[in-house]
Design a protein around this ligand. Structure first.
Ligand code: NAI
Ligand code: MG
Length: 369
């Protein structure tokens, strides 16, 4: 039986409050026997700044690099608005992503049956939806050089951002897409703009070549990213895994996420390259939402995005698919009983706080085991 090492980084704002609920889930799995999770805890964001004047300490960075997975809460808020740029809370998360080389950002868009009425789209369009957006996270136009604003001296300025992708960057995210598709419904849709962008031409070429090189059991389809955005809203269930660059992925994943619900419901994973010897990937799991300073300390935060992020850790870092399915089912069952935190409440549902929602999910785990 294996022991898995988790580094918990609660952060600030509602981060620590929702992390308490994940700890309940981790303890529950530990009590079932089998593989166990050993947890260590560190400071990041505002909590690290308040304690040490940094966004994350070198000691905690080293722990993150060594952990089997990092479980991250949330960081940021007006309290730290005036601190220097390189030690502001968000710098801690960016450092983690960069140093751990987390190039693959996974954002599932799943429709929980109990919330099928909550979408801005018609129920039959999103009911049963389960798609995965895979966004390249460490390259592209957000990082490419030159990146400048120049004064042209004639009353005009010129801004330049540069989209840069090398073959290896496209190849590794394409491989990840095919591998995830194999564990799902076996289909990958690659989105770019090859009609107007050279990086789109290379993206298309490398994804196609990678597919031919050992992934032909997976169905591959190419779509121009603007048409893809339209299709995501028209009939999202046609997709299984969508893979795209950093910029298109940023936008398309926000669109996909909002098909299904509230910010408080959305988990994510950021993964590094598989170690050629062990197959293990560096990984960080976090809710999509921020630190919600407006509700921090009120016990009202929705812990589901955080708990569903741990379900992603079970699925993608620890190959515990049955356990991940069970945890997702426990969340769905708690919602089906009409329990809602304030952010997802609607008529006829029962509003509960952070810790009651966590307890309800534990009760559903007990019922399922
Ligand atoms: P936010 O996601 O923190 O909050 C937006 C709105 O959604 C707020 O009204 C909040 O109360 C609500 N909300 C968010 N998560 C919720 C949850 N689990 N349960 C119930 N309601 C929830 O985004 P905002 O307000 O733009 O940013 C606040 C701070 O968080 C900023 O400093 C921002 O930079 C930071 N941030 C951090 C992220 C991270 O840690 N990965 C991601 C996004 C923002
Ligand atoms: Mg975004």
């Amino acid at each position: 039986m294996a022991t898995h090492n988790l580094l918990l980084l609660p952060g600030d704002g509602i981060g620590p409050e929702i992390m308490v609920e994940v700890k309940k889930v981790i303890s529950w799995f530990n009590a079932q026997g089998g593989d166990s999770f050993e947890t260590d805890e560190g400071l990041v964001g505002g909590s690290a700044y308040d304690a040490h004047g940094v966004a994350i300490s070198e000691e905690d960075m080293a722990k993150a690099m060594a952990a089997d997975a990092v479980i991250f809460g949330a960081v940021g808020g007006p309290k730290w608005d005036s601190v220097p740029y390189d030690v502001r809370p968000e710098a801690g998360l960016l450092r983690l992503r960069k140093d751990m080389e987390l190039f693959a950002n996974l954002r599932p868009a799943i429709c929980y049956p109990a919330l099928a009425d909550a979408s801005s789209l018609k129920k039959d369009i999103i009911e049963g939806l389960d798609i995965l957006i895979l966004r390249e996270l460490t390259g592209g136009v957000y990082f490419g050089e030159p990146k400048t604003i120049t004064d042209l001296g004639n009353g005009q300025k010129r801004a330049i951002d540069t989209q840069v992708y090398d073959t290896y960057e496209i190849e590794r995210i394409a491989k990840a897409a095919f591998e995830f598709a194999r564990t799902r419904n076996g289909k990958v849709t690659s989105m770019e703009k090859r009609n107007v962008m050279k990086s789109g031409v290379l993206w298309n070429e490398v994804v196609t070549a990678t597919h031919k090189n050992g992934y032909e059991d997976v169905k591959l389809e190419h779509m121009l990213a603007d048409a893809g955005g339209m299709q995501l809203v028209r009939w999202p269930k046609q997709f299984d895994v969508i893979v795209c660059d950093n910029l298109f992925g940023d936008m398309l994943s926000d669109v996909a996420a909002m098909l299904t619900g509230s910010l408080g419901m959305l988990p994510s994973a950021s993964l590094g390259a598989a170690d050629p010897k062990t197959g293990k990937r560096k990984a960080l799991y976090e809710p999509v939402h921020g630190s919600a300073p407006d509700i921090a300390g009120t016990g009202a935060a929705n812990p589901i995005a955080m708990i569903a992020s741990f379900a992603m850790a079970l699925r993608y870092s620890f190959e515990k698919v049955a356990e991940a399915d069970m945890l997702d089912k426990a969340i769905a069952n708690a919602l089906a009983k009409g329990l809602r935190t304030k952010d997802i409440a609607s008529e006829g549902t029962k509003v509960v706080g952070t810790s009651e929602m966590g307890d309800a999910i534990i009760a559903e785990l007990n019922a399922l085991s």
